[in-house]
Design a binder for this molecule. Structure first.
Ligand SMILES: Cc1cc2nc3c(=O)[nH]c(=O)nc-3n(C[C@H](O)[C@H](O)[C@H](O)COP(=O)(O)OP(=O)(O)OC[C@H]3O[C@@H](n4cnc5c(N)ncnc54)[C@H](O)[C@@H]3O)c2cc1C
Length: 476
């Protein structure tokens, strides 16, 4: 329907973002509901980041294939369309016009989409140079990985001959691969961590193949060259020594931030650790009928995990469309050091387990043999300490479940992992309604170190607000 210069569309579900998570949600939803599933994306081609990430490594867990990014993106688009979803590209969602009504700008004018459910799948991006506060000249030749891959793989543009890559994680090696394809040698990688933060499977062959040195515990302290980049100054974080490395290309990798502008604009509660929306294990936000999936929730994980989120949310969306409510019982998980965040942060025992039955945690420390134990404490719980108990099989301590590096750490939730959400009663020290989980981290050859994470439990029927005080009781 068109009125004035605005076209109004009324699908049952609108999905913002046509990356792996949004397209997977569309593929799974379209055949299962009455009404349309509409996917909007601001780019001219659907597929999200994998469109321009032209190397193998996509589709392993969701499609059981080992594909290149572009092939994976094309397949997701085909599947979503074959399932009956409609994809509208060049459509940037700019704002909300109601609880589940959004506005988009397209080359053909403004579009208002009035849906019964909204799924936010806007992904994450790498922080650009200004956000990283790197001093020096405003030189040409400074990119993020996304920008670089867009330039090389989609626009077939040129970069320089000698590059420094900031970061030594998986995505950094993806940048080095793209640079190599563009005829540019990666002369140095820098990381502030004491060791490369990607699997040795990638970093060891990467260093040999690209003849690249990884300078650990270093950072770029100055950009040199105007208008073209000529060099960067590298500072040693331990000794303070500085040196100049000649280069004409600088690629800033990692350091992710969710594309959360629509979340903020809606006033949806944010998760302080991830900077994405706060969601429960069914991937509901706190705005009824608005859900979130993919790297918007966990910046960042691999595409297949984002895609599995997309499939996971479908059950809750269908329940919402059928008039179902949200279970009131919930526990709140807040990750403490060495973890930066945990996703999802709200656990509702009456909902199905999180996607892949796993919590995702981001660790800031390299831990070769991590062991993570969830321990719930609280007034109603039997057990040791301050009325605490250990949830034995709750988060598996298997080595497989925890990546031997800093970065993401998936933790398997088993059926035994059922935090207590019953009302608190009795004259107990922790009768405030808080419940805690402690993580114990065991490093090779060392005694277990104690990291802490806290479950903040609301009494039945009450929502607890975000807490910044890890491990502290939240007054009921
Ligand atoms: C360089 C690089 C290499 C990688 N290599 C691998 C790999 O080998 N294997 C692997 O599995 N994963 C890899 N990944 C990770 C993978 O690409 C992501 O996990 C995946 O793309 C996340 O999917 P998503 O749907 O959450 O978000 P995205 O793919 O980021 O998609 C989000 C979409 O939302 C759209 N959007 C955002 N805001 C709006 C708006 N306001 N209006 C309309 N549209 C909007 C964007 O245009 C985008 O298309 C790599 C990532 C990078 C950056």
């Amino acid at each position: 329907m068109t009125s004035g210069d605005i076209t109004t569309l009324t699908p049952a579900v609108v999905i913002v973002g046509a990356g792996p998570s949004g397209l997977s949600a569309a593929r799974e939803l379209a055949p299962r509901i009455n009404g349309d599933v509409l996917v909007l994306d601001r780019e001219s081609t659907a597929g999200g980041i994998p469109r321009h990430s032209d190397h193998p490594g996509y589709g392993i867990r969701d499609m059981r294939r080992f594909m290149s990014g572009p092939a994976y993106a094309r397949r997701l688009v085909r599947q979503a369309e074959a399932a009956g979803a409609k994809i509208l590209t060049n459509a940037t969602v700019t704002n909300w016009a109601g609880d589940r009504t959004i506005e988009a700008t397209t080359p053909r004018g403004r579009v208002r989409v009035e849906a019964r459910a909204v799924i936010l799948a806007t992904g994450a991006r790498e922080r650009p140079r200004p956000a990283r506060l790197i001093p020096g000249d405003r030189a040409h030749g400074v990119y993020t990985t996304g920008h670089l891959q867009n330039l090389v793989h989609l626009q077939h543009g040129k970069v320089g001959k000698r590059a420094v890559v900031v970061g030594a994680e998986l995505v950094s090696w993806s940048a080095a691969l793209t640079l190599r394809e563009a005829g540019c040698r990666t002369v140095l990688m820098t990381t502030e961590y004491p060791r490369p933060d990607s699997y040795s499977l990638f970093s060891v062959p990467g260093r040999i193949l690209f003849r690249t040195r990884v300078a650990t515990r270093t950072r770029v302290t100055k950009v040199i060259g105007r208008p073209e980049l000529r060099a960067v100054e590298i500072g040693d974080l331990d000794t303070g020594r500085r040196r100049v490395v000649e280069c004409d290309t600088l690629v800033l990798t990692g350091d992710w931030i969710p594309d959360h502008e629509l979340v903020r604009a809606a006033g949806i509660t944010m998760a302080p650790g991830t900077n994405g929306p706060l969601v429960d294990n069914a991937l509901r936000t706190d705005r009824p009928g608005v859900f979130a999936v993919g790297n918007l929730l966990h910046p960042v994980d691999t595409a297949d995990i984002a895609a599995i989120d997309g499939a996971h949310v479908v059950r809750a969306v269908i329940a919402w469309l059928r008039g179902g409510g949200t279970p009131a019982e919930q526990v709140r998980l807040i990750a403490d050091a060495p973890f930066r965040w945990v996703a999802p942060e709200i656990f509702r025992p009456k909902d199905p387990a999180p996607a892949r039955r796993r919590l995702l945690l981001w660790s800031d420390r390299y831990i070769p043999f991590p062991r993570i134990v969830l321990r719930q404490e609280g007034g109603s719980s039997p057990g040791s300490g301050c009325g605490g108990r250990r949830l034995p099989a709750g988060c598996s301590a298997s080595r497989r479940a925890s990546s031997p590096r800093s970065g993401r750490t998936p933790v398997r939730c088993t059926s035994a992992w059922r935090p207590d959400t019953s009302p608190v009663s009795g004259p107990r020290p922790h009768r405030s309604g808080a419940a805690h989980v402690s993580g114990v981290v065991r490093e090779r050859g060392s005694r277990p170190r104690r990291g802490r994470a806290a479950w903040h439990r609301s009494p039945v029927g009450r929502q607890s607000g975000p807490s910044t005080e890890h491990g502290a009781a939240v007054p009921a």
